[in-house]
Ligand binder design. Structure first.
Ligand SMILES: NC(=O)c1ccc[n+]([C@@H]2O[C@H](COP(=O)([O-])OP(=O)(O)OC[C@H]3O[C@@H](n4cnc5c(N)ncnc54)[C@H](OP(=O)(O)O)[C@@H]3O)[C@@H](O)[C@H]2O)c1
Length: 279
């Protein structure tokens, strides 16, 4: 049995289905606050909070492997206690969803939580794999209201290209890491095809069959929007990456295609698959 945390999210939900299709049984875990947990043959749904490690025993009971996905960057979580609960339950394999920024931005406090989790996972004595993705295609869902209402995207750094990755591809990579022991002891940096925000707006327009206008906003204006759904310090650090990416953050590295055995799905494909969210 494999435990999938974040089982109602962008990666966890397709990961549960992928593991079931591979013949595994799954315990699907979240707090159950943002969406109903998946159900069906082979799935045990358990409501649990990673912020309460003492309550994780029922979620981890009988598990061989754990996919660990945390909210935000895991700030404030007790990484050692979560991994301790997994070990106590008999988990032997851990796959952590971290972030490329945990490696590229050692001085930005926004990623301290991921670094603590990575240290706990890699020091656990268990077979581990760390996934460090760049930005997700699905981050553009934040543009959905202005695209729906005005066919417009307001974003900073319109012509700065960055790789982004389809969460469904991350689910495929996570499944590979959970099922194939050759991924043990590896850190995969997962960056899909590179596009600029202006190109992503155009791809949404192509998916809708109507032009979507890109309007560049200043860093200050973007910060004002972002603090609506993330802490100000995290928004500042995110904007630093979006505006001034390092060479590693800008690079489309080899890991994603190597694990998938195919190139990562493009933003244009994701836009077509998710166009209803923007109608
Ligand atoms: N978006 C990016 O560009 C990007 C880049 C690199 C890394 N990441 C990382 O990717 C991860 C997923 O991000 P996402 O935005 O796509 O979110 P998501 O996976 O779509 O949603 C988060 C999931 O975690 C669950 N959850 C939240 N808090 C929890 C808690 N305390 N205990 C148990 N479950 C909890 C949520 O369900 P409930 O709310 O119902 O509990 C939901 O299932 C995050 O760690 C993020 O930092 C994102």
């Amino acid at each position: 049995m494999i435990v999938v945390t974040g089982a109602t999210g962008n990666i966890g939900r397709p990961l549960v289905q992928h593991l079931l299709a591979a013949g595994e049984t799954v315990t699907a875990v979240s707090r159950g606050t943002s969406a109903p947990l998946p159900s069906g043959a082979g799935i045990t749904a358990v409501v649990a909070d990673l912020a309460d490690p003492d309550g994780l025993a029922p979620a981890f009971e009988g598990a061989d492997a754990l996919f660990l996905l945390v909210h935000g960057s895991g700030a404030g979580l007790d990484a050692a206690a979560i991994i301790g609960a997994a070990k106590a339950a008999g988990v032997r394999r851990l796959v952590l969803l971290s972030s490329v920024a945990a490696g590229t931005r050692p001085h930005l406090s926004a990623y301290d939580g991921f670094r603590a989790l990575e240290d706990a996972v890699t020091g656990s004595g268990l077979a581990w794999t760390v996934l460090r993705p760049g930005g997700f295609h699905s981050n553009t869902l934040a543009w959905a209201p202005s695209v729906q209402q005005r066919r417009m995207v307001f974003a900073p750094y319109g012509d700065t290209a960055l790789p982004s990755v389809d969460p469904a591809d991350l689910a495929d990579v996570a499944a590979a890491a959970l099922l194939d022991p050759r991924h043990a002891g590896r850190v995969h940096v997962l960056a899909g095809p590179s596009t600029t925000p202006r190109q992503r707006a155009a791809a949404l327009g192509a998916a809708l069959g109507e032009p979507v206008t890109f309007a560049e906003v200043s860093r200050e204006q973007a910060l004002e929007q972002m603090v609506g759904w993330m802490p100000a310090s995290v928004a500042e650090d995110t904007l630093t990456i979006l505006g001034s990416p390092t060479a590693e953050e800008s690079a489309v590295g080899p890991d994603l295609a190597a694990v998938l055995g195919r190139p990562g799905r493009t933003f244009a494909t994701w836009a077509r698959d998710n166009v209803n969210a923007f109608r």
